[in-house]
Write a protein that binds this ligand. Structure first.
Ligand code: LMR
Length: 387
């Protein structure tokens, strides 16, 4: 039976990681997977994380299960960080990373009768896979005007006329992956009004809090949506925000009417139980320790500010460059780790093969992974393949 399985195509992002690892050139440049690197090319562990781990090592008294909903203090503190006081009215469950939170949310929607999820394009390549795995049909919607390199909100809202009541839409809360193009405050309001008018459920994906305009500003969109809509689902990842990628720390928050809360929670618990039973502890415990302690929290925020400033400086350096007709100047206007260059797949392959510069086939670059010292060589390579 198992021997009859047909092979699957590798994930587009994981494929790039492998190609990069297998390249023996020592001067190769990795702009593939979304991981922050400092000016030396390292992804250091934040000082606050190290300190929190030391506290955990010294103080932890048991390794028994954390419980099915996860770490209650972690959920409350992250909820406060993302939603402010509105957190009190939300249902929360810990998840295995942001991807796990997205899957829990999609499974919940499916349980509640939803059949489709709208994905503004281009989206993170894992969004359609997660939706399909939860037996939701992914529906593409226009979102970005490639010619003018800006969000086309009217086109997105117009596409809602084809939606059915109970459809959900996955919206990236900040630092859009792969475009770096975020909704303005007014756009969030217009978008939420349009969703409410059609009975579409907003499903927000927050994976880069602190990487765009700052910890508080980056959640203004999430808060605006939750304030205006009766029901919403929010997947949170702390991988990037705390630099703890491999610890798989995430959470799902759900807003719904008060009398449905118990049913929602029990459904989430049942979904989690059948998947991984109970969540891992360590990463969530790190985040809890940091957010609960004023000094650690300040140290973490300071370091996150440095990371954001570093990304902003790299964006500015790229935006100042002239590379034929490429719209480099827009890189400074975009937010977070990613931007997408208007390159063909053939040009991306040339960058990889001739210059050892790695990015996804869709020409998404991880700006946060570009070392300052590599910028001139990256720009030369870009100029060569676009000449
Ligand atoms: C990315 O888009 O590079 C990250 O979110 C990592 C991943 O899992 O795809």
């Amino acid at each position: 039976m198992i021997e009859t399985l047909a092979p699957k195509a590798p994930d587009p992002l994981l494929k790039i990681i492998k190609l990069f690892r297998d390249d023996p050139r020592t001067d190769k440049i990795d702009l593939g997977v979304g991981v922050y690197k400092d000016s030396s090319g390292a992804t250091p562990i934040m000082r606050a994380v190290k300190d929190a781990e030391a506290l955990l090592l010294a103080g932890q008294k048991t390794k028994t299960y954390v419980g099915q909903q996860g770490d209650g203090d972690f959920l409350r503190l992250v909820g406060q960080l993302v939603f402010g006081d509105a957190n009190r009215d939300l249902i929360a469950i810990q998840a295995v990373g942001g991807t796990g939170a997205l899957r829990l949310g999609c499974d919940l929607l499916r349980e509640s009768g939803a059949k489709r999820v709208i994905l503004p394009q281009p989206c993170w390549p894992n969004h359609p896979s997660i939706a399909r795995a939860a037996r939701l049909e992914p529906i593409d919607a226009p979102f970005f005007n490639l010619e003018e390199q800006c969000i086309d909100l009217d086109a997105l809202i117009r596409s809602f006329s084809r939606a059915e009541r109970g459809d959900a839409v996955i919206l990236q809360a900040c630092c859009h992956n792969p475009l770096g193009a975020d909704f303005s405050g007014d756009q969030w309001v217009a978008l939420t009004d349009a969703l409410n008018a059609r009975g579409i459920i907003p499903f927000l994906d927050l994976a880069y809090q602190g990487f765009g305009d700052g910890v508080d500003k980056d959640v203004a969109g999430v808060r605006a949506v939750l304030e205006r809509t009766p029901e919403a689902v929010v997947a949170v990842s702390e991988a990037k925000t705390f630099g703890i990628y491999r610890e798989r720390v995430g959470a799902l928050y759900v807003k719904t009417a008060g009398n449905a809360q118990q049913a929602v929670m029990s459904n989430l618990m049942a979904i989690a139980r059948a998947n991984y039973s109970m969540p891992p502890d360590h990463g969530a415990a790190i985040v809890r320790e940091i957010l609960a302690d004023e000094a650690l929290r300040q140290a973490w925020r300071d370091e996150l500010d440095q990371i954001r400033n570093h990304i902003t400086e790299t964006r500015k350096a790229l935006a100042a460059a002239r590379v034929h007709s490429l719209p480099m100047h827009l890189i400074a206007e975009q937010k977070g780790m990613f931007s997408t260059l208007p390159l063909s797949e053939a040009q991306v392959a040339m960058l990889r093969e001739r210059h050892g510069v790695y990015m996804t086939d869709s020409a998404r670059i991880n700006v946060a992974g570009l070392r300052r010292a590599d910028i001139p060589r990256f720009l030369d390579a870009l100029a060569e393949v676009t000449a």
